[in-house]
Design a protein around this ligand. Structure first.
Ligand SMILES: CC(C)(COP(=O)(O)OP(=O)(O)OC[C@H]1O[C@@H](n2cnc3c(N)ncnc32)[C@H](O)[C@@H]1OP(=O)(O)O)[C@@H](O)C(=O)NCCC(=O)NCCS
Length: 264
């Protein structure tokens, strides 16, 4: 595949309909999202991206990855999350923002978080989430706990269906105006987005979460998952909401829950 991808060749993971849907949410609940095609950094371009986007500790971490594919997805995910964080921060500050003012580290579970090296830039409550699949990466940033998941729609979703989809959930998905692959992709990204969103408390198992409803409007899906989760209490939330859609061969899911509502 060419490394000179034009905008027209890239699936737009956040088209206007999706952004319009997100914008119906309160300001603080509306995370920023950016995407990158991982092939944009092959054949030497990687070092340019590295110099522009990574701090010294991040460059050292990148060196630990021997496989090109893993290097590209890790780097792409970092760039996307930093871009999303800079866009989010730019809404509230006039201070100049530079990529090297921010580092992304991961906690023991792998959950990424931001650090600011610039005293003028306060990270505050800003949370980030990263996902990569096939040859695309996405990153989101928001002041709530957030989780994003991107999934290339392929047969693996059928092969591992019983790991994440119950008979009851299948019946709910059957009501969607979508084929089975697409429906399963939506369920998968919804559950992964919730897992990432709540992972600072605990990484929830797929079958611990239950889909209880789904609605579609203008190609944007709202999936509702039961908020009854062992060891996690979410106040004033009857169900956990994930906004999801499919673009080309990908499904994308996004979850955002106010930090003060979540208790261990
Ligand atoms: C991470 C996980 C939740 C989703 O990953 P996935 O669907 O396979 O892959 P995705 O591309 O969508 O997401 C990967 C990104 O999720 C992020 N991530 C990893 N662990 C995470 C966690 N606990 N919480 C939130 N985000 C996490 C990372 O940024 C990672 O990308 P990076 O390694 O390039 O930084 C899944 O792999 C998982 O269940 N991991 C558990 C592994 C585990 O138990 N590890 C124990 C470590 S002690």
């Amino acid at each position: 595949m060419s490394n000179n991808l034009t905008a027209a060749q890239l699936p737009d993971l956040a088209p206007p309909t999706f952004l319009k849907h997100l914008a119906t949410r309160p300001y603080s609940e509306c995370p920023t999202l950016t995407q990158l095609h991982t092939d944009q950094m092959v054949n030497g371009d990687e070092s340019t991206f590295e110099q522009t986007w990574l701090t010294e500790p991040e460059k050292l971490q990148l060196k630990q990855y021997g496989f090109d594919k893993r290097r590209r997805e890790w780097l792409s995910g970092r760039i996307c999350a930093k871009k999303a964080a800079m866009q989010y921060l730019a809404r509230a500050t006039t201070a100049p923002l530079a990529a090297l003012d921010l580092s992304i580290q991961s906690d023991q579970s792998g959950r990424p978080y931001l650090i600011s090296h610039n005293p003028q830039i306060a990270i505050g409550e800003l949370d980030i989430s990263i996902s990569h699949s096939h040859d695309m990466a996405v990153g989101i940033a928001g002041s709530n706990y957030c989780g994003v998941d991107l999934q290339y729609l392929n047969n693996t979703l059928f092969k591992v269906k019983n790991r994440y989809c119950s008979d009851f959930e299948s019946l709910i998905l059957d009501e969607l105006p979508a084929d089975e692959l697409l429906s399963l992709g939506l369920l998968w990204v919804a559950k992964e987005a919730v897992r990432k969103c709540l992972s600072s408390i605990r990484l929830i198992g797929f079958r611990e979460m239950e889909l209880i409803g789904v609605a579609e409007k203008d190609g944007i899906y709202t999936l509702l998952l039961s908020s009854a989760l062992s060891g996690i209490s979410i106040s004033n939330v009857a169900s956990i909401e994930v906004v999801a859609h499919t673009v080309g061969d990908y499904a994308l899911g996004l979850c955002s829950i106010a930090k003060e509502k979540i208790h261990a």
